[in-house]
Design a protein around this ligand. Structure first.
Ligand code: 2RA
Length: 329
């Protein structure tokens, strides 16, 4: 299996390489791809050294699979060029997610919808992936009418520049700003850009991607996405209104039996999910599961996951694993 990693020198690209190695992905040749300024750099993978190439060279090498994390513009231009030579692309950008002809995949939820006709596959937004890993089983069993989501997002979602800004602010050093305001000792209710409806793109990703993946246009989702000075992962406070009655103990049992989800919910011993402990892990951690006494059939959840792993790299590699085991055969 010849695999290209497009954006190999970026934050998510590096994690994708780590995950490919950790999971012993069946690749026979790695093609690390990056912008011209990185061409020729050496990437170490499984003890071997590979030279970074540019996109045009990578297409000519006709990889079987290309894992993209290089931004929407690059994906819009180059994913079709890879697909044209028979490469199956899994893209982390938002470029293809809401395209009616492209599939938006969380393997535990809808990988089975993939067919040999799918050459450009979209990886959902990180905050959508962790949300739906918890919501999907609940929606299947009880039906969800409405979800109100508040996110507390890691600065790693913005990239290296944001991590550097926080470090500079810790050390009282001037430097390039990733955000319009200081992030140290702050919370910024502004992830991605504002739209005409006064929501941000990040908030509308949660609304739109959730409906597409769960296949339910009637499901009401409204979000507030906030950036906080944390690196380990994204946290989400979620209020759900269900269509049917439930018992909290049954919700906890359902989630604890869901592949990829870990319930951490023993408040009597201060046990609940936190990004500092989710960092570097692939599971989605759920806790603070409790009834919302202000409304019938309503409950609250707290969901935490490493946004660079299950939120991006691991989900992408899991899609590639599904392709190898079910489409390439
Ligand atoms: C963020 N989900 O956290 C977006 C992109 N990774 O900024």
């Amino acid at each position: 299996m010849k695999v290209a990693v497009v954006g190999a020198t970026g934050m998510v690209g590096q994690v994708m390489l780590n995950v490919l190695e950790e999971r012993n992905f069946p690749l026979t040749e790695l093609i690390p791809v990056a912008s011209e300024k990185s061409v020729g750099k050496e990437i170490k993978f499984k003890g071997k050294k590979y030279k970074v190439v540019n996109l045009a060279t990578a297409v000519q090498m006709k990889p079987d699979i290309a894992l993209f994390s290089a931004g929407g513009e690059t994906s819009l231009e180059w994913a079709p060029k890879f697909a044209a030579v028979g490469t199956r692309v899994v893209d982390n950008s938002s470029a293809w997610r809401m395209d009616a002809d492209k599939k938006l995949i969380i393997p535990e939820i809808n990988a089975q919808t993939l067919t040999k006709d799918d050459f450009i596959i979209a990886n959902p937004n990180c905050s959508t992936i962790q949300l739906l890993m918890a919501l999907h089983p609940i929606h299947q069993k009880y039906g969800i009418e409405r979800a109100i989501v508040s996110t507390y997002q890691s600065i790693t979602g913005t990239g290296v520049k944001a991590v550097q800004q926080l470090e500079n602010e810790y050390n009282n050093v001037d430097g390039e700003m990733a955000y319009p305001y200081p992030i140290h000792k702050n919370a910024i209710p502004h992830c991605d850009v504002f739209l005409e409806n006064d929501y941000t793109k990040e908030e509308m990703k949660l609304t739109n991607e959730t409906k597409k993946i769960l296949g339910d246009e009637q499901l009401q989702v409204v979000a507030t996405a906030v950036r906080i000075p944390v690196v380990g992962g994204h946290s989400e406070s979620v209020n759900l209104e269900l269509k049917n009655a439930f018992e909290i103990k049954d919700i906890k049992k359902l989630l604890s039996e869901t592949s990829g989800v870990v319930v951490q919910d023993q408040v009597e011993v201060n046990q609940y999910p936190m990004p500092i402990y989710a960092e570097g892990k692939d599971e989605v951690f759920v806790g603070r599961i409790r009834r919302d006494f202000t409304k019938e059939n309503a409950l609250n959840l707290w969901i935490v996951a490493d946004n660079l792993r299950k939120g991006a790299a691991t989900n992408t590699v899991q899609i590639a694993e599904y392709l190898v085991n079910n489409i390439f055969v």
